[in-house]
Design a protein around this ligand. Structure first.
Ligand code: CA
Length: 235
């Protein structure tokens, strides 16, 4: 299974080390940033599965980072855990209703933090077939309710069948879907077209979402079977 990735903004060295060591030991892919500015810059390329934000930071504070993430189409549904050092900050997190999913007060137990992370990611996972969801992988974002696809934040025009195909693949990230299954799910039981229809639509999709459609990194061909949306962490 792919490692879930976590972006952390924290300026204190020993906490950076503590988090990095323990979260990696728990199987997460961890990226640490000293500032919100640096992390938001990285988010313009790829977004993680979860954010951990310290509040007191030089430059942009954690509350501001949280606010910006919640305004970002690609990041707005990604869970955020705030690290608070003081009870005043804690009150602020609650009071401002910034949309953070959880908070933990410093000094914290790593075990507790890991338990919170697991609980949040499990909850998200459970809703991953919800039709109102936003699915993001690398620089691709799918807004299911609005039926829109974005690459690097730019809207991509896409016919409905292609959209449905991409959605099904992304909802089943990491799983191989056979041509027959795709044909049945997207085109319906009554469609007696050849499975080649699937291949043709996959080709169109790749032209739209891949950086190089001759060397696809999102939609992988599984020879003799079908296709799989890659669950490898995006570069
Ligand atoms: Ca700090």
């Amino acid at each position: 299974m792919a490692k879930e990735s976590i972006f952390i903004v924290e300026d204190e060295n020993h906490i950076q080390e503590l988090l990095k060591y323990n979260l990696q030991a728990n199987g997460y892919k961890v990226s640490i940033f000293d500032s919100g500015e640096a992390m938001l810059e990285e988010c313009s390329k790829s977004v993680p599965d979860l954010f951990i934000l310290d509040i007191m930071l030089p430059g942009m504070d954690g509350l501001e980072i949280c606010r910006r993430l919640r305004e970002d189409i690609r990041a707005k549904n990604i869970p955020i855990i705030m690290l608070t050092a003081k009870s005043e900050e804690f009150d602020k997190v609650l009071g401002l209703e910034l949309g953070a999913d959880d908070y933990i007060v410093k000094p914290f137990s790593v075990r507790e933090l890991v338990a919170r992370i697991k609980a949040i990611l499990r909850r998200i996972d459970k809703f991953s077939i919800d039709d109102s969801e936003i699915i993001t992988h690398g620089n691709i974002t799918l807004d299911c309710a609005r039926r829109e696809v974005y690459k690097n934040g730019n809207l991509i025009e896409m016919p409905l069948k292609e959209f449905e195909l991409l959605k099904l693949l992304m909802q089943n990230k990491g799983k191989v879907l056979s041509r027959e299954i795709l044909l049945e799910k997207i085109w319906g039981f009554d469609y007696y077209g050849e499975t080649r229809t699937v291949d043709v639509h996959i080709r169109y999709l790749r032209q739209k979402i891949e950086d190089d459609d001759n060397n696809p990194t999102y939609i992988e061909t599984v020879r003799g079977i079908g296709y799989r949306f890659s669950d490898k962490p995006a570069k």
